[in-house]
Design a binder for this molecule. Structure first.
Ligand code: PMP
Length: 344
């Protein structure tokens, strides 16, 4: 090895330490300073690289994983891609049970990263044998020397963000942040980062973004699981039809619900206003911030850090397809600013 050549030893060394970028345009009508933490700068293009590496390395430390073993997970796509990437470098097999709601782009990416993929129906109950939870559980029982990551019910998901995202945000802001905003899916990001930040300064407000069609906000407010809250929605990776134990509800001060349509328009507006080509939940996060700003959550002195979880390239056949937007009826709305391509 030539010591003069400054190179990373492998792609995993690039995980974490993502940049904070000031938002100059999209939130300019609201009081406060807004900064986005751009998780697509991770080598697997999402925040899930952090938990994939952390959980696998914890299992290695405990002697649970050895080269050649199999890693199994349920995933909306991003966690799968990160696990598959870590598996390539560390020599594991990777099997993923994926929701049929995931875009084809995401599924193809997983396969190309070497994972074996099972696509499971999105709109069945979690305890249905066809659900991606049950499929993953069954595969774990059947395959010897396999580890089930189980991100929704794995405390290490919280620990991963407590160990990396939290300290990064604190350092990058010199402790001057007033609000931390993150989408909640497994809840790992908001819980781990929020816990670290509140330990440094208990006044930091931790704000979660939830989807219409998900139970999280209602559960947070009432401590009761209300199945009437559940209905299909299109945003991938945000909200849930069950209560994940990887969510620490006590850390979260408020949940804001966002719609598929508003989030899609906001994701597209983020590209055009800030040059940030990011995922559907990044649009959801900014949309939630707008709504909370309108409710008076922020003042001129607020320093708001917004986690933007993944890259736009994963949504070419969805949010960034005019045809898809049109099929959803999203172009019928009054707030539409995009212009459909003229057909000749
Ligand atoms: N956005 C996207 C695109 C995701 O895949 C996820 C993870 N499911 C989230 C947001 C939410 O992150 P977390 O699971 O840490 O709550």
């Amino acid at each position: 090895m030539n010591q003069d050549i400054r190179a990373y030893n492998n792609v995993l060394e690039l995980i974490g330490n993502t940049p904070l970028i000031r938002l100059n345009s999209i939130l300019k009508d609201y009081p406060g300073n807004y900064y986005a933490k751009i998780e697509s700068f991770n080598p697997g293009h999402s925040s899930k690289d952090r938990i994939a590496l952390y959980i696998i390395e914890q299992a290695e430390k405990k002697g649970i994983l050895k080269p050649g073993d199999t890693i199994i997970e349920t995933t909306s796509g991003n966690t799968g891609f990160s696990l598959a990437m870590v598996s390539v470098i560390k020599g594991y097999k990777c099997i993923l049970a994926v929701s049929s709601k995931s875009s084809n782009d995401k599924i193809d990416m997983l396969k190309n990263m070497g994972a074996q993929v099972y696509v499971c129906p999105a709109h069945v109950k979690a305890d249905d044998p066809r659900s991606y939870y049950q499929v993953a559980k069954r595969l774990h029982e059947e395959i010897k020397d396999s580890v089930y990551i189980n991100q929704y019910f794995n405390e290490l998901n919280i620990d991963a963000h407590y160990a990396s995202t939290g300290p990064e945000v604190w350092k990058q802001t010199n402790g001057k942040l007033t609000h931390f905003v993150a989408c909640s899916g497994t809840g790992g990001t908001i819980s781990g980062t929020g816990k670290y930040l509140k330990e440094q300064n208990s006044a930091v407000r931790v704000l979660g973004i939830d989807a219409y069609g998900s139970v999280l906000k209602k559960y947070h407010e009432t401590k009761e699981f209300d199945p009437n809250e559940i209905y299909p929605y299109r945003i991938e990776g945000l909200g849930k039809n069950l209560i994940p134990s990887a969510t620490d509800f006590d850390i979260i001060d408020h949940f804001e619900k966002v719609s598929d349509e508003d989030s899609a328009h906001t994701a597209r507006a983020l590209v055009k206003s800030e040059g940030l080509f990011l995922g559907y939940t990044s649009g959801a996060a900014i949309q939630g911030v707008k709504q909370m700003a309108e409710q008076g959550e922020f003042t001129e002195d607020s320093n708001v850090i917004i986690m933007l979880p993944d890259h736009g390239s994963r949504y070419m056949s969805k949010v960034y397809s005019d045809d898809w937007m049109n099929d959803q009826g999203f172009f019928d709305s009054k707030n539409e600013k995009d212009v459909l391509q003229v057909q000749f």
